[in-house]
Design a protein around this ligand. Structure first.
Ligand code: SF4
Length: 365
């Protein structure tokens, strides 16, 4: 099979990646999936690492055209959790055995917000220390573009991983899905600052943006490689009805299956090319199809981010429509997630950080 020639290459051209993302034959997709799984097994192992996700605030200064909590959506009830509630959730997360959490919010750059995040991270590290986790929970932040100084403050407070999605590496497409004040180059600078500060850095893209081509997605994979990223969190684009991009698509329901498959192929291809990074199987996959997260694991992902946001605010943090598990607090508890993961034949890493091996491999190479 020609696909075998490509997947076994040492380095990959844009054409190679376009070819892999374009395959539609069932047998070829199976071959891609199995190869990606083998690479994952060899470079990161078969364990699945968990990060409890706490969406602590839906206040945002940005206006991304695809996002349900963009500042111009006045139908959203804005909230910021109290510090104590975040700490309690973090303690619960540690007691359950998650090992790490992600603190996610809309973007704000004011000093009050920066201090709030800094203090929260410090307290989480302090209050989740135990014999099993002597340094407390591992903390990943996902709070948008900030200055290098702010990133340094967050890092010094104890966060050691940071997610900042580029959404698309095509600057023209980026400018079509964001207002003018949100600038592509500023996000690149932010990603570089995060690396300089010392974070394990994650990025990611949306798959199925109106106007996006297979070439764009192939370039996204090359972008991940060039930026030497440590973690990846990609997901299918899902429409939110209260956004300007809602109007861009008139055939979304017909394309849904194709976008889903493309998202899984993106995971597999990224795994084959980037090898030892962490790749999340995102909730957006599950939002598209109930077993979507499990499918992501079979295509080479090794991280899952179960939602631990307190129930009373969950429905106010919907970046897209149809987000799963917005009602039941226990729906993503350790046992439930464990069962779902074990149904794929994988084991769950309990009480482990599950850091990016790529980060340490490059540091000590
Ligand atoms: S995607 Fe993030 S930065 Fe953009 S509007 Fe939504 S919360 Fe804000």
């Amino acid at each position: 099979m020609f696909i075998d020639d490509i997947i076994n290459r040492e380095s990959f051209t844009l054409e190679d990646i376009v070819y892999l993302l374009s395959i539609s034959d069932k047998l070829h997709i199976e071959r891609l999936k199995n190869h990606a799984y083998g690479i994952m097994k060899q470079y990161t192992g078969e364990k699945v690492y968990l990060r409890g996700l706490i969406e602590f605030s839906n206040v945002c200064i940005n206006d991304c055209y695809y996002c349900g909590i963009r500042k111009s959506n006045h139908n959203v009830k804005r909230y910021t959790l109290e510090n104590d509630e975040i700490i309690d959730t973090a303690k619960w997360c540690a007691n359950q055995g998650f090992g790490s959490l992600v603190l996610q919010s809309g973007e704000r750059n004011d000093e009050q917000f920066i201090e709030f995040v800094e203090n929260t991270v410090r307290k989480i590290k302090e209050f989740t220390k135990s014999d099993i986790l002597p340094n407390g929970l591992g903390v990943t932040l996902c709070v948008g573009e900030q200055s290098r100084e702010t990133y340094l403050r967050f890092f010094n407070a104890g966060a050691h991983r940071y997610l900042l999605r580029i959404e698309t590496s095509n600057p023209d497409l980026f400018s079509k899905i964001h207002p003018d004040f949100q600038i592509f180059n500023r996000r690149i600078i932010a990603l570089k600052s995060l690396k300089e500060v010392g974070f394990q850095v994650g990025t990611g893209v949306m798959i199925g943006i109106p106007g996006q081509t297979i070439n764009d997605l192939a370039n996204d994979v090359l972008f991940f490689k060039e930026m030497d990223i440590d973690m990846l969190g990609m997901g299918p684009y899902i429409i939110h009805s209260e956004t300007p991009m809602n109007a861009y698509y008139d055939d979304y329901s017909e394309r849904k299956r194709e976008i889903y498959k493309l998202s899984l192929k993106m995971i597999a291809v990224s795994r084959i090319i980037l090898k030892d990074i962490n790749i999340a199987s995102t909730t957006a996959l599950q939002a598209m199809y109930p077993m979507g997260r499990e499918a992501g694991l079979m295509f080479g992902a090794n991280v899952i981010m179960p939602m631990l946001t307190p129930t009373h605010v969950r429905s106010e943090y919907q970046l897209y429509n149809g987000k799963p598990c917005i009602d039941e607090f226990t729906s993503d508890c350790f046992e439930c997630v464990q069962q779902r993961i074990e149904s794929t034949g994988r084991t769950v890493a309990k009480d482990e950080y599950g850091d990016s091996r790529h980060y340490f491999n490059k540091k000590f190479s």
